[in-house]
Design a binder for this molecule. Structure first.
Ligand SMILES: [Zn+2]
Length: 241
């Protein structure tokens, strides 16, 4: 019998979505220590689902974690597949809850199936080369800054964490924005009518289950303002008295 030389797949550490100064930190640590091994075991023995070595959800609260699911956006009948993207924090308080998500195709990490053995990278930037060093998008965090090479990854991170975008979007996004009256940079979605932008925002700010219960840029913020070419200065009429 031959054992395959398996090179462990590198994944983001479990606390990728947890702020170091989060008030939930202590509860989460406790949950990991006491309940997580129990959940793993129950998954295996009761539900016949053996998670790969090193697989662990991205906990954000005790019993709540960010998972990944395949994101497809249907835009006027045109479906775009964005691959696996992070979810909002989901209840993962016991083996049955987690199993239900896994059965539906959710993952614990975007880049790997839940059954594969993985190795957690404590600091993602240590394994990367120059591209990482010069990453254009950086979000400061308590332990180490989070770096993003692509706008898309940066945008997704901010979307998920409720971090306001701090960088200007790349030219391709700016070009796309010109076709719309309103544009949500966080969700990368343009709107021709104010009504549609309003509807989009309403969904995100509404309490679950109707909406997502998140903060969201205002309609005013989403208004696309193309800087006017000021070729001729506006001559203000001076009031003649
Ligand atoms: Zn939005």
């Amino acid at each position: 019998m031959t054992t395959k030389p398996s090179k462990a797949i590198q994944v983001d550490p479990w606390d990728y979505f947890l702020d170091e100064d989060s008030p939930a930190q202590e509860h989460v640590e406790m949950f990991r220590e006491i309940y997580w091994p129990h959940i793993r075991r129950e998954l295996r023995t009761e539900l016949g689902y053996e998670l790969g070595e090193g697989q662990e959800p991205h906990w954000v609260e005790a019993g709540r974690a960010v998972l990944y699911h395949q994101t497809t956006v249907s835009d006027y009948g045109r479906v775009t597949d964005f691959g696996f993207g992070p979810t909002n924090p989901l209840p993962v308080g016991n083996a049955v809850q987690l199993h239900n998500y896994l059965k539906k195709g959710f993952r614990l990490r975007a880049n790997v199936e839940p059954l594969a053995n993985v190795e957690s990278s404590e600091t993602a930037d240590s394994t990367e080369g120059d591209a990482w060093e010069n990453a254009p998008y950086v979000v400061s965090a308590a332990r180490a800054p989070r770096k993003f090479i692509s706008w898309e990854a940066y945008r997704m991170y901010c979307q998920n964490r409720g971090v306001p975008l701090a960088y200007d979007p790349p030219q391709e996004v700016l070009d796309r924005m010109k076709n719309f009256k309103y544009y949500c940079l966080v969700h990368d979605h343009g709107f021709k009518a104010k009504r549609d932008a309003h509807q989009h925002r309403s969904y995100y700010i509404a309490d679950p289950p109707t909406g997502r219960g998140q903060r969201h840029a205002t309609i005013e913020d989403m208004e696309v303002k193309i800087p006017k070419q000021t070729t001729n200065k506006t001559t203000k009429k001076t009031k003649v008295t």
